[in-house]
Design a protein around this ligand. Structure first.
Ligand code: F6P
Length: 319
């Protein structure tokens, strides 16, 4: 293993820069060369890359986003696109590729592996929806961003005695909503993994008002419902003053938390170790406090189990 490539793909996640830094510095430490492809698989197909030196990754550990840029590359889904990428890989002389991204990016990495390219995945997505890892890079920062926003909305919600329905990201998963809902003391949390009943949500609101609550926060995962439709239903069945806040991409930005920086540093460095040991076709996971390599097929075939106990706890504590 003399030369490796690295790219970030899919939605950016805070901590991706720390992962790039770890890959580059660990590889250089072991005498390897690293090139960085720009705009994910798009840059891989187009041959857009730069040599990454120690200084190329200086002063980025604390920065959100990704210095390599990222993209969603529909052409890569086609075999012709992947074959173009393989040609670029062969011509650039790299022995392996580190893909930092989410499950869609790992499916792409597995396809490359099947075309004879050694690939390793580092899970980076705010959604935390990848099986075989307790955490993905960016999730902790997104949860902190949302919790911070909930705190702020709560101030104005209390002053005006309002109900706020706050919509958060997560694609088809409810991990961000659950974690931020528990940390932010939301009255109700709506996630796609657990069926919900709006009558019950309204009953909880009424009970809260009866015992003197001045505000209520309902956290809705985008994969469960739209905050606008939830708010409309609440408005038409109660006399409460209901407002909607859709947090959007603000959740994905900003400086990564120390947890995300540490996770990214460990997983990025472990990706290089995995390749040095001759293993590939795997992603790195952080399971029960340990960094482990898991075959792409295994991780992609599994549905991550949703922590229903935490959901129940959040419901009990918001009584
Ligand atoms: O996968 C990360 C994510 O932020 C999801 O939570 C969200 O549904 C999606 O990306 C948004 O994608 P885009 O930035 O392309 O609008």
């Amino acid at each position: 293993m003399r030369k490796i490539g690295v790219l970030t793909s899919g939605g950016d996640a805070p901590g991706m820069n720390a992962a790039i830094r770890a890959v580059v510095r660990k590889a250089i430490y072991h005498g390897m060369e690293v090139i960085g492809f720009r705009r994910g698989y798009h840059g891989l197909m187009e041959g857009e890359f730069d040599l990454l030196r120690l200084g190329s990754v200086a002063d980025i550990i604390h920065r959100g986003g990704t210095i390599l840029l990222t993209a969603r590359a529909p052409e890569f889904i086609e075999l012709a696109g992947r074959q173009r990428a393989v040609k670029v890989i062969r011509e650039s002389g790299i022995d392996a590729l580190v893909v930092i991204g989410g499950d869609g990016s790992f499916r792409g990495a597995l396809e490359l592996e099947n075309l004879g390219v050694c690939t390793v995945g580092v899970p980076g997505t705010i959604d935390n929806d990848i099986a075989c890892t307790d955490y993905t890079i960016g999730f902790d920062t997104a949860v902190n961003n949302v919790t911070d926003a909930v705190n702020k909305v709560r101030d104005t919600a209390t002053s005006h005695e309002r109900v706020y329905v706050i919509e958060v990201m997560g694609r088809s998963a409810g991990y961000i909503a659950l974690a931020a809902g528990l940390a932010g003391g939301a009255e109700s949390i709506l996630v796609p993994e657990i069926p919900f009943d709006l009558d019950e949500v309204m009953e909880r609101l009424r009970r809260g008002v009866k015992r003197g609550k001045l505000h209520s926060i309902i956290l809705v995962a985008e994969g469960a419902a739209s905050a606008i439709s939830v708010a409309e239903a609440l408005k038409s069945h109660t006399h409460m003053d209901v407002r909607v806040t859709i947090l959007g991409h603000v959740q994905r930005g900003g400086t990564p938390t120390a947890f995300d920086r540490m996770l990214a540093s460990r997983l990025g460095a472990a990706a290089v170790d995995l390749l040095r040991s001759g293993c590939h076709g795997q992603m790195l996971g952080f399971l029960n406090g340990q960094v482990q390599g898991i075959p792409f097929e295994k991780a992609l075939a599994q549905q991550k189990s949703f922590p229903k106990d935490l959901y129940q706890l959040a419901t009990i504590l918001a009584i």
